[in-house]
Ligand binder design. Sequence first.
Ligand SMILES: [Zn+2]
Length: 183
Amino acid sequence: MTAKTELPDTMPCKRCEGAGTQTLSNFGAPEGVYRPARTRLCVWCNGAKTFARPDIKALLQSILSKRSSTGLVSKRPKDDRAAYLWRWIRFHGGQDVTLPMTFDLYGDPYEDYLGEVAQYAARRMYGHRSVGVTRWGNLLTNTPLPTAGLPATAQSCGPVVTDDHDKTTMAMLEDERAGYAEG
Ligand SMILES: [Zn+2]
């Protein structure tokens, strides 16, 4: 894992590359609608230009729970970086391998680092760091990834979620459908 000391205290926003603003190009349509080019504050960094290095200890403290059987708080955290760690730890560790797994921290230059932290934490907490990737990699590639010793969520016919603390979108949709059927 990247050593913390290798990371600078701040890094420029990936979206505006540190400008703090974004320029939208002009726009014209045959119906006569015309919008000139304009510059606005970068919505990804809110004009801050840079992001501060994440406080990993504080982030982990905010998502770890001794009372929970999974070791993580049951609800998806509100903070973007905390939610990112929480979701990826669950995916890598095999608690929830639901797809689509497209959680991005748009503009945050420390995203790759947080991704490494999630893998590291998953291995420390669950003993595994690539359950989600194994599950879906085996559907998508011809080279089988070994699943021996991995939780049921790594197996192609296994469950995708092993707890129901945080209902996935799919589960909520199914509840809704059941509701319609009853009504
Ligand atoms: Zn920006």
